[in-house]
Write a protein that binds this ligand. Structure first.
Ligand code: C5P
Length: 413
């Protein structure tokens, strides 16, 4: 997962109330507070009295550079922050780790501590990440309270299986802090400038099978496609990632796993009628073996011939499914080793694209596995923008800026 470009990160400048309760995993909330703060959020930590016995409030204060709230009566006396002001000011309430006890209290709406009053006083969305011993987690009381919270709109980041504080191994371990932060980001992305858009991004190099164990492929890592998907998610879009890499996407992104060009084509065509934008960042093989051997091909002779046939041109096919105004906005990529801009311009016209992102893959070190990319974007009117070498997430945001501008100019449906 990439960190969104500064200023584009949905956490930047947002107020997150972080409730920390008395689970042994409370120390992991320090990492959550740190990551939220580093990504630009203003984090108000609200601890239950039990949590303060496990981790010092000072740890959170040092990391967030903000006062930590735990004593409701002390706060009631203070004029600048009362027992409901954190809740009123919050854009998001995160409770991590949440004990069985705190989950029950939140479900019942009990307000005998700072976290309870904050949760009742806030109108912000809630995210809860439980952590407890397996039987407590599986108990119908806990599951019932979580069902209540879900019905009330809370997002639950379920615990994992793994080593527990009791020494046993089982379900109940707090989800990884980075996952919790990523879900927080997804929740705060709602209302971004791509809100209400449904987009598809394809990522990775296709694998064209030769036999059950071998395939023909290319060097694409899928990183540019994943960055495009994450940037769209961070701006509020509903994103589906059609990917060959099998990698876990950032939170809130649906994936469709495919291997071959034909399967990627089927997935794109199936979704095409429902989307606003298609970004074809995948490196689709142009040719695939004509025959897939049912069994592993045995070594024989000093050479072998592999006969390949053209794969379906996915962009070419979907671009023909309606004229501008009736079809989604379509963005293609052009990886070239020579005559970058001319070749990309020709491709843009031939495939009737709204935008093409051209990258010179002959650069020393290559762009494939790298986290940075240097691209030229060419618009449908032929004008182009040269971007400097940038992290792929920044390239992705520049791409979405262009898509947004094209849509505002009346392109796409
Ligand atoms: O023609 P070329 O393969 O260079 O075009 C690259 C663009 O076309 C990329 O956006 C890629 O995802 C897409 N493509 C496709 N179907 C293919 C090959 C490439 O949609 N069979």
């Amino acid at each position: 997962m990439t960190d969104s470009a500064p200023g584009r990160n949905p956490l930047r400048g947002r107020r997150v109330a972080l409730g920390v309760t008395g689970s042994i995993a409370a120390y992991k909330a320090v990492a959550i507070a740190s990551s939220l703060t580093q990504q630009g959020a203003l984090v108000d930590v609200v601890m239950t009295p039990e949590a303060t016995r496990l981790v010092q409030p000072l740890s959170f204060q040092a990391i967030t550079h903000r006062p930590v709230a735990w004593d409701m009566f002390e706060l009631l006396a203070a004029t600048e922050i009362g027992h409901v002001s954190i809740g009123h000011g919050a854009d998001l309430l995160v409770v991590a780790p949440a004990t069985a006890h705190s989950i029950a209290k939140l479900a019942l709406g009990l307000a005998d501590d700072m976290l309870g009053t904050t949760a009742l006083a806030t109108l912000a969305p809630g995210l809860i990440a439980p952590a407890m011993e397996t039987n407590m987690w599986l108990h119908p009381a806990t599951q019932g309270h979580l069902a209540t919270l879900r019905a009330r709109g809370w997002t639950v980041v379920e615990p994992e299986s793994g080593h527990l504080a009791s020494g046993a191994s089982g379900e109940g371990r707090l989800a990884p802090p980075e996952m919790i932060v990523d879900v927080a980001k997804h929740l705060l992305a709602q209302g971004g400038d791509l809100s209400g858009w449904r987009v598809i991004v394809t990522a990775g190099g296709t694998r064209e099978p030769i036999d059950p164990v071998r395939y023909v492929s290319n060097r694409s890592s899928g990183k540019m496609g994943y960055a495009a998907a994450e940037a769209a998610r961070d701006r509020g879009a509903v994103v589906t990632l059609i990917t060959t890499t099998g990698q876990q996407p950032p939170a809130g992104i649906t994936t469709v796993d495919v291997e071959q060009a034909t399967k990627m084509r089927d997935a794109v065509v199936a979704a095409f009628a429902e989307i606003d934008v298609l970004v074809m960042a995948a490196a689709v093989a142009d040719y695939a073996p004509i025959e897939i051997a049912p069994d592993k091909i045995k070594k024989s002779g000093s050479s072998m011939l592999l006969e390949l046939a053209l794969t379906p041109d996915i962009l070419g096919e979907v671009a023909g499914l309606g004229s501008n105004g009736q079809r989604p906005l379509i963005v293609g990529f052009a990886a070239e080793t020579e005559n970058l801009v001319e070749n990309a311009r020709a491709k843009l016209a031939r495939k009737r694209l709204d935008l093409i992102v051209a990258n010179d893959v002959s650069q020393p070190g290559g762009v494939f596995a790298s986290d940075a990319n240097k691209v030229t974007m060419i618009r449908s009117d032929g004008t182009s923008i040269d971007l400097p070498l940038l992290p792929k997430i920044d390239v992705a945001h520049a791409l979405w800026d262009e898509v947004l501008a094209a849509r505002r100019a009346g392109r796409g449906r």
